[in-house]
Ligand binder design. Structure first.
Ligand SMILES: Cc1ncc(COP(=O)(O)O)c(C=O)c1O
Length: 281
């Protein structure tokens, strides 16, 4: 864990952070968050993260207590102060502390907290791929807001782990949405398919980057929902996310995807992604 936090617009040691037991994040999950990737000591796609954060905050009627430039300066300084080179930044903003009441408090101030961690890229999973299970998506209808309400995601991930899988792929009545903590893409006949960026999925930063890179590589990519049956019949499948980057899915509910090993288009995207972050693999 990083030793310096950005808390209440100041840089302070981790031990000095004081979160009130009355915080609405704690009571209600009443807040929003972002997880940024840090490559080579630099924030990855901060503009896309800010746009999503602003959208999430507006979605829950929370006024952000900072602007884009101020936030970026603060998070860059956080990374510098903690000397993180390859890692993540976690940022969360709750509606503040107030006696428990569902109604918004009149006078609470948003509580802002950010820290960063050293975290290597997930080389082993990116190389070998992961096994997955499918589960019904039981979340609310605003999965496009990145809120602290993650209990359904937590339960899905835990169920996957208990069944010996790396992640759970969620579906609504047979239509695949995303996974517990990443977006899902399939490849069929040379085309990439992924769920449209509507209210049923998180609009992943890595998803947007992967679509951009695929198109630049000349790989057709369509934002169109697909079913669990289409997933099982896909030539390739992979997840995208800040911490997982582009990770192949090698099986779903114990059935191999394609030939059961990471496929060529997934590999091409992984290489394009590595080049985009200034690495050669
Ligand atoms: C539910 C969910 N979907 C998708 C993603 C991927 O988003 P991003 O690429 O911005 O990390 C995440 C990331 O945490 C997530 O929690």
């Amino acid at each position: 864990m990083s030793s310096i936090y950005w808390y209440d617009q100041q840089f302070i040691p981790a031990e000095a952070v004081r979160i009130s037991p009355q915080d609405r994040g704690y009571y209600f999950g009443d807040g929003v968050y972002e997880v940024y990737r840090v490559y080579n000591g630099r924030l990855f796609e901060p503009g896309l993260h800010f746009a999503r954060l602003a959208r999430s905050a507006a979605g829950i009627k929370l006024a952000l207590p900072f602007g884009e430039a101020e936030l970026q300066r603060a998070l860059e300084e956080l990374v510098l102060r903690n000397e993180v080179s390859e890692g993540t930044v976690y940022l969360q903003i709750t509606r503040g502390a107030a006696p428990r009441n569902h109604l918004f408090p009149a006078d609470a101030r948003p509580v802002v907290m950010a820290y960063c961690n050293e975290m290597p890229r997930p080389a082993a999973a990116m190389e070998a791929g992961i096994r997955t299970i499918t589960l019904e998506d039981t979340r609310w209808l605003h999965c496009d807001y990145k809120t602290l309400n993650l209990l359904a995601n937590v339960l899905a991930k835990q169920t996957a782990a208990e069944r010996g899988a790396g992640d759970a792929i969620l579906h609504r009545g047979g239509t695949v949405t995303e996974s517990s903590a990443s977006n899902v893409m399939i490849v069929k006949d040379g085309r990439i398919l992924t769920h449209p960026a509507d209210n049923l999925i998180l609009h992943g930063v890595t998803r947007a980057v992967a679509l951009r890179l695929a198109r630049a590589e000349g790989i057709p990519a369509e934002e169109r929902a697909f079913t669990v049956d289409e997933l099982l019949a896909a030539d390739e499948a992979f997840v995208t996310g800040t911490t997982v980057e582009v990770t192949p899915i090698i099986s779903v509910d114990d059935r191999p995807i394609g030939s059961g090993v990471p496929g060529p288009i997934t590999r091409r995207l992984q290489m394009a992604f590595a080049r985009a972050i200034g690495l050669d693999r």
